[in-house]
Design a protein around this ligand. Structure first.
Ligand code: ADP
Ligand code: ZN
Ligand code: ZN
Length: 767
């Protein structure tokens, strides 16, 4: 028997399949997706690879084919399904097989057994100190050292400090739990220089317990059943019944649940999940990372208990891996997580749910630049599972398919708790200025805010830009202060610092223009920091909280701030995107969108769509509880169709307008768009390489619709130059052909050794 093997290193040149002989004694253990050790290259260095195919007849001369050294029996057996999914992703998005495999296969590094062991303190403080005295009087110094260390750890935790050695494994949820005092086995052995027998003896004393599978424990240790379980209302029930009918009839398809914010989509998901689990199948639930809060996950626990797990980027590699092992072993039925949760190795997948399917976060920003919706569709098809997409503002892609009948469309028009949707008004900022209001709060917004403060209700203010002000420019010569490493204007922060949001470059703002020497160099525009400062001035009595990248850098602070605000510890919360996503604050009755224009002019063909989504989401934050909500949108362009449709909260109206625009200008979903993006630290090489590639593609496809090559929206970032080609094409297969020609061409040309090439199908951002 022979195996097709892929070598586990990221390098274009080895993106090919090598044949190896499977020695007789390993034959029974060989299977698709297994990790193998093989001799590689002239020096026969031992390398790691994956089996991506098994066959009886090799293509090469069997006499020349080397033998597999060993096959590793992984705790997670990478499944055929995932390997096939990798093949699909390579073809669909353009990447090496290795990159595709690395995306779909769980981190396979087998964890060192020792490393996964923990030592847990099993006695209380008083008893612990009694033991310590006993150990010390008996001169059992090693035992005393261990115990001291553990008691010390207990002190740290009581004071809320985080011990360095455990930093890695602190997930955001752990911060909220009653903690047990434990230290890693290796830490103790290494740092306290004790032996296993010492620890064993302490275990006998009843002071500690050595836990070897603690990593398998649930990442949420003490979920609390807090969420009310509601019987479905009639609209929800109809959806549920249709799903059940289809499911029982063996029909598997994609459903799009278009439900206004608060319409009870999550409640519907729960009922569908229950149905599928009862059938003995498993479920993957994708939720954008930013909405994956303790509250969200806890809601699932309320329904399904510890048959649920989650992954997120804050879990350590080992913890993530453990959750995949639990899925593989059948210990859980539901996996919740961001897009990577799609690759959970369930044995019998029955349903995939993608909540907030329109979210940009479902598109991977690293190669392969896959979209979770597309991959989920493929995965669902190949595993005979159903797919449910949910959103209050479906992506144009999904909605178009629903209208074509490719997806089944479900609609929830009303909020589940019968609350009215908030009242939305639009304020024309040009008019404000004309009438002498130079503040960043329009008169209407200010009036409504005062009302809220008086009534002790909460206000949220959304501005899609952090920092103190936009950019700094000279009013005399027009010079804009830019980052020397990136072609990006520097953002002004409080205290007179300018910083680059792309590379972190920082320096004090100049007092005079470096070009013309004029003193009239000032900051324009506004950011969250400036709003905060203005609030302190204009609403001195209000308690103000700011949430943006700068205030939530620390791991826990994001959840802590949300928690504090929901407890009413602030009256006004000002923040970037992160405050508008999916949080449920019952006392917020006013949402102010300070400058809708910021997202409207982001220079991206999806700008209007993003604006509509943001406004809708933002308005979903107001009036969640018993009090009615209100939204005020401030803009310089009150007549823009995205603003008008937002105001009316009319998705269909927005969809119709936006599709007209996309059709005329040939943007997705009316057309496929491919980005070929090149970066290099050498400007000239970057340019030449992409020019050559463009010329080649034009020869190969004379009628190609190509824009560029041109400089990216930012000429350089971090001293790396950027150039870009856009290709539009209505025929999906031809688009794949074009891409694969580009891939082949670049692989054969010397100059591309100095250039990184990326492919992005239907991009979500700007290049
Ligand atoms: P969405 O996911 O669409 O934003 P949720 O499922 O979070 O909506 O529901 C919004 C609110 O309405 C939640 O507080 C939820 O508990 C409540 N809710 C959902 N379905 C029902 C129902 N059938 N009866 C009463 N309340 C419900
Ligand atoms: Zn100047
Ligand atoms: Zn920079």
């Amino acid at each position: 028997m022979f195996a097709d093997i892929i070598i586990d290193i990221v390098h274009e040149a080895v993106d090919r399949i090598f044949e190896y002989k499977i020695p007789a004694h390993l034959e029974s253990r060989a299977a698709l997706g297994k990790t193998v050790q093989i001799p590689f290259g002239a020096g026969n260095r031992t390398r790691t690879g994956y089996i991506v195919g098994i066959k009886e007849i090799p293509e090469y001369d069997p006499a020349l084919i080397k033998e597999i050294i060993d096959i590793r029996d992984n705790e997670i057996e990478s499944q055929r399904r995932l390997i096939k999914l990798a093949v699909f992703m390579k073809q669909e998005y353009g990447c090496t097989m290795i990159q595709a495999l690395k995306t779909v296969l769980p981190v396979q590094e087998k964890m060192n057994r020792e490393e996964s062991k923990s030592v847990i303190l099993t006695v209380g403080r008083q008893e612990g100190e009694d033991f310590l005295i006993r150990y010390e009087t008996r001169h059992q110094v090693a035992k005393a050292r261990v115990l001291k260390r553990l008691l010390c750890e207990a002190d740290d935790q009581e004071q809320g400090k985080v011990c360095d050695c455990r930093n890695e494994s602190k997930s955001m949820f752990r911060e909220m739990e009653v903690k047990e005092i434990s230290l890693s086995y290796t830490t103790l052995i290494k740092e306290e220089k004790v032996s296993l027998s010492t620890l064993k003896s302490m275990e006998k004393d009843g002071v500690i317990s050595i836990c070897s599978d603690c990593h398998f424990r649930n990442p949420i240790k003490s979920p609390v059943a807090t969420h009310e379980i509601h019987p479905l209302n009639s609209a929800q029930q109809l959806i549920y019944e249709e799903f059940v009918r289809d499911y029982d009839d063996g029909i598997r398809r994609t459903y799009l649940l278009h439900g206004v914010t608060g319409s009870g989509k999550t409640e519907v998901y729960m009922s569908l999940i229950r149905k599928v689990i009862e059938e003995g199948k498993q479920v993957i639930v994708l939720i954008p990372e930013i909405s994956l809060t303790f509250q969200t996950v806890n809601r699932f626990y309320t329904y399904f208990g510890d048959r649920v797990s989650f992954v997120n980027s804050r879990l350590s590699k080992g913890e993530k891996y453990d959750q995949f092992v639990r899925a593989q072993n059948g210990d859980i039925d539901i996996m919740i997580g961001p897009r990577s949760a799609l690759f959970t190795p369930f044995q019998n997948l029955g349903l995939i749910i993608i909540d907030e399917e329109h979210e940009g976060a479902y598109k991977s920003e690293i190669t392969p630049k896959y979209h979770a919706r597309e991959v989920a569709e493929h995965l669902a098809k190949t595993s005979n599972a159903s797919l449910v997409l949910g959103s209050a503002t479906p992506s144009l892609e999904a909605y178009t398919k629903a209208l074509k009948g490719e997806y089944r469309l479900w609609i929830l028009k009303e909020r589940a708790n019968k609350m009215e949707l908030p009242k939305i008004s639009v304020v024309d900022l040009r008019q404000e200025l004309k009438e002498g209001n130079r503040s960043m709060f329009s008169r209407e917004l200010r009036y409504e805010m005062e009302q809220r403060l008086r009534r002790k209700e909460q206000v949220m203010l959304f501005l899609n830009r952090r920092g103190y002000a936009g950019f700094i420019s000279c009013r005399v010569c027009g010079k804009v202060m830019k980052c020397p490493h990136c072609d990006i204007s520097l953002t002004y922060h409080r205290g007179g610092q300018m910083s680059c949001h792309y590379c972190g470059y920082e320096r004090p703002a100049p007092m005079t223009c470096p070009d013309c020497g004029s003193k009239h160099i000032t900051a324009f525009g506004t950011g969250t920091q400036k709003v905060e400062a203005a609030l302190y001035k204009e609403f001195p009595e209000a308690r103000i909280m700011r949430m943006d990248f700068d205030t939530t850098r620390k791991k826990e602070s994001y959840n802590q701030m949300l928690e504090a605000f929901s407890k009413g510890e602030a009256d006004i919360l000002v923040g970037t995107q992160m405050i508008v996503k999916g949080h449920d604050f019952s006392k917020v009755t006013l949402m102010g969108i300070l400058a809708a224009d910021l997202s409207l002019h982001s220079g991206d063909y999806r700008a209007a769509e993003k604006t509509f989504q943001l406004v809708t989401q933002a308005s979903g934050r107001a009036g969640r509880g018993k009090l009615p909500g209100q939204v005020i949108i401030q803009t310089y362009q009150p007549d823009h169709y995205a603003i008008l449709a937002s105001k009316r909260q009319n998705y269909e109206e927005f969809y119709a307008q936006e599709m007209t625009y996309r059709r005329i200008l040939k943007y997705p979903p009316c057309c496929e768009m491919l980005v070929i993006f090149a970066t290099s630290d050498k400007e000239e090489i970057c340019k030449t390489a992409l020019d050559e590639l463009a010329a080649y593609l034009k020869r190969a496809f004379p009628d190609i619709h190509m824009i560029g090559p041109s400089e990216g929206a930012f000429k350089k970032i971090n001293d790396i130059y950027r150039r870009v080609i856009y290709i539009k094409e209505t025929d999906i297969d031809r688009m794949k052909q074009i891409r694969s020609c580009a891939e082949d061409y670049s692989r054969t040309k010397e100059i591309f050794k100095q250039v990184h090439l990326y492919y992005d199908k239907n991009p979500m951002g700007i290049y």
